[in-house]
Design a protein around this ligand. Structure first.
Ligand code: PNS
Length: 183
């Protein structure tokens, strides 16, 4: 709520920014968005256009996948941004940055990022949510590695992402070849 004039209070929905590379989106990310919506009225999922990270999927491909995943979730806004996150946040009505935290290994990276963002904008806080136990081991990086080597990532990413990964790595979309030890 924001105090407008004396005695007049304007309701503003609390909005969180959930930034990331989402290269590609996983059920771990989706879990954070869904739980974020229990706290915030709106979640802006913001895909960073950071070419230095040499993403597997272009920003357009990532936008398309994420928009499809959340097509029936009206309180999720999907967008992309270039440059500093704090500058992007300033253009929105978000009050907080939302991030998922998997294990102690994530902590240092997240701590540095949250501290840097707070030093760039002292009004901007980062809220961390512990990843649900089912997705503790899921990261976009390991998903890409497993998929590239032909492993199954079903149940860890949406079916649409499974298909896109197979297309990227030119793997057969249908059943995998069975190896018979009798051959
Ligand atoms: O999913 P990721 O790759 O861990 O997300 C990292 C991301 C995109 C949130 C972070 O790299 C970021 O905010 N990039 C934008 C550039 C920026 O603001 N850098 C300063 C913060 S350290």
């Amino acid at each position: 709520m924001v105090q407008k004039k004396k005695g007049e209070v304007k309701e503003i929905g609390k909005v969180a920014i959930y930034p990331g590379s989402f290269d590609p989106i996983t059920y771990g990310h989706i879990d954070i968005v869904e739980r974020g919506l229990e706290i915030f009225n709106k979640v802006i999922l913001a895909i960073a256009e950071n070419e230095e990270k040499r993403p597997l999927f272009s920003v357009e491909e990532r936008l398309q996948m994420v928009k499809t995943v959340f097509k029936d979730t009206p309180h999720v806004i999907v967008d992309s941004f270039k440059g500093l996150l704090v500058d992007y946040v300033a253009k929105t009505n978000a009050v907080v940055i939302l991030r998922g935290l998997r294990a102690t290994s994530d902590f240092e990276y997240e701590f540095h990022m949250a501290s840097m963002n707070r030093s760039l904008n002292t009004h901007l806080d980062t809220l961390f949510m512990m990843t649900s136990k089912d997705y503790f081991f899921v990261s976009s990086r390991t998903i890409k590695e497993v998929a590239r080597l032909g492993g199954a990532v079903d149940g860890l990413v949406p079916d649409l992402v499974v298909r896109r990964l197979k297309e990227k790595f030119k793997l057969p979309v249908a059943k995998k070849k069975q190896i018979s030890w009798d051959d």
